[in-house]
Design a protein around this ligand. Structure first.
Ligand code: NAD
Length: 421
């Protein structure tokens, strides 16, 4: 489907799930459109005195189950289509986890690696100036995503506080601890995925020691590699936007983390401690038990899906597998733990952060881990059971699970008139 938008691809999953449940067609129709998407052009002063402008968006896809929730991405290839699709996924992800949120997302079309720290701060503050009327602790709550982090969330929370004239930490999650961030938010996305794999290991027939390949070595990728390696699994290949490395004996994670912390690609570790060069395109087809896409959308498509040797794919990235690739993987017996479940640990701990901000009472790390584990296991088990009973993939089962909750809320609100943009 080369002409289709990313949202069209995503809606294929909604239609697949709708075929397995008895739901008012009006509900399905409502979920096919974003409620509102706002565009702005952010103009900032560069360090050399010149001015530059950047396109930015904020989408509130569906707020039936609560305030919209979703990250802000800084990426040169971001588009309105990508933002709305990510917000659609957030809608389903929050419903999968039974969080009292709808789905939202934002982006700035920028390569943040080309900005100085001061320019990045001006851009982050400009984003909040542009969208301050859209966001709010009971309306729309941003968080980090690709190429944004807790430092950026801190600037954004500060800008919002200046605009509304009081501290409002619950307006944004993924903040630094000093500004009301939660313990455990840093590795929450990966940790949620790790708990899920551990919980379903027996049903999935996983061996005690897994060989793991990780695509993308940022927040999600680095943490999943660290958690699995600490649990005795072997990380045999990793990649980032600049290159990839492999080692059948297991990569040296500390060395990889050290390279990334110094702003270098994983590729720069080739030749040390048995690390061998690997073409980034070959990562998906590396011999392993578990493949973890943790980079961007559409990385596993109809061209490379047949090369996947792993028996299990853990989607820490959003939308890494296209619908065509899904069909190929399923026919080859590869189980995919879908993004709206697998990477939902991030938004779940964001929810914990929001709750703590509103209570003004902060939980210890063990409590965060324990609550996250319990929710991942509860929803993972429910989706596993749906997939067995209905004989569908875990992805379809996850959508079925979320659709039930969304339909209940939409019908409770009344379906006589919907507001969509
Ligand atoms: P990040 O910016 O920290 O890391 C992204 C990584 O992907 C970087 O290492 C980058 O080099 C790499 N990358 C980019 N293009 C690549 C390519 N073509 N091949 C290989 N690697 C490539 O971002 P992140 O927060 O880790 O997010 C990664 C994915 O996880 C995204 O899809 C994001 O939406 C999703 N996600 C993140 C969170 C979170 O809490 N951070 C939560 C849910 C989902």
């Amino acid at each position: 489907m080369p002409e289709d938008s990313l949202l069209d691809h995503a809606l294929v999953r909604l239609d697949e799930a709708a075929a397995h449940v008895s739901i008012d067609p009006d509900v399905i129709e409502k979920l096919k459109y974003a409620r509102e998407t706002t565009k702005a052009r952010l103009m900032i002063r560069m360090d050399d005195g010149s001015r530059k402008s950047f396109l930015a968006w904020r989408c509130r896809y569906d707020d039936t189950r609560g305030p919209t929730k979703g990250g802000i991405r800084f990426h040169p290839d971001s588009t309105i289509d990508e933002v709305e699709t990510l917000a659609f996924w957030m809608t389903f992800k929050c419903a999968v986890m039974n969080l009292p949120y709808g789905g939202g997302k934002g982006a700035v079309q920028v390569d943040p690696r080309k900005l100085s720290k001061a320019e990045l701060e001006r851009l982050s503050r400009a984003y909040i100036q542009a969208f301050a009327r859209i966001i709010g602790p009971d309306r729309d709550i941003p968080a980090p995503d690709v190429y944004t982090n807790s430092m950026i969330m801190g600037w954004m929370a500060d800008e919002y506080a200046q605009i509304v004239g009081q501290a409002e930490p619950a307006v944004i999650t993924g903040k630094p601890i000093a500004l009301g961030g939660s313990l455990g938010r840093g590795d929450a996305t990966a940790r949620g995925g790790y708990y899920l794999v551990r919980h379903l290991a027996e049903e999935l027939g996983l061996s005690r020691t897994l060989r793991v390949a990780v695509q993308g070595f940022g927040n999600a990728g680095q943490h999943i590699a660290s958690l699995l390696a600490a649990d005795g699994h072997k990380i045999v290949a990793v990649s980032d936007s600049a290159g990839a490395v492999k080692s059948d004996a297991g990569l040296n994670i500390e060395m990889l983390l050290d390279a990334k912390s110094k702003g270098r690609s994983v590729e720069t570790t080739v030749g040390q401690d048995g690390h061998e060069a690997l073409s980034p395109d070959a990562l998906v087809g590396v011999t392993c038990d578990l493949l973890v896409p943790a980079a961007l959308e559409n990385m596993i498509d109809e061209k490379n899906a047949a090369s996947v040797k792993a028996k299990l794919v853990l989607e820490l990235a959003n939308g890494p597998v296209t619908p065509e690739a899904d069909a190929i993987l399923a026919s080859n017996g590869v189980v995919v733990l879908p993004d709206i479940l697998a990477n939902a640990g991030g938004v779940t701990v964001s929810y914990f952060e929001w709750v703590q901000n509103r209570q003004g009472y902060y939980w210890p790390l063990e409590e965060i881990h324990e609550r996250l584990r319990a929710i991942m296991e509860r929803e993972g088990r429910a989706i596993w059971n749906i997939s067995r009973v209905k004989d569908v993939t875990m992805r379809t089962a996850a959508y079925v699970h979320a659709l039930g909750r969304l339909a209940e809320a939409i019908e409770a609100h009344g379906t006589q008139s919907f507001f969509v943009s």
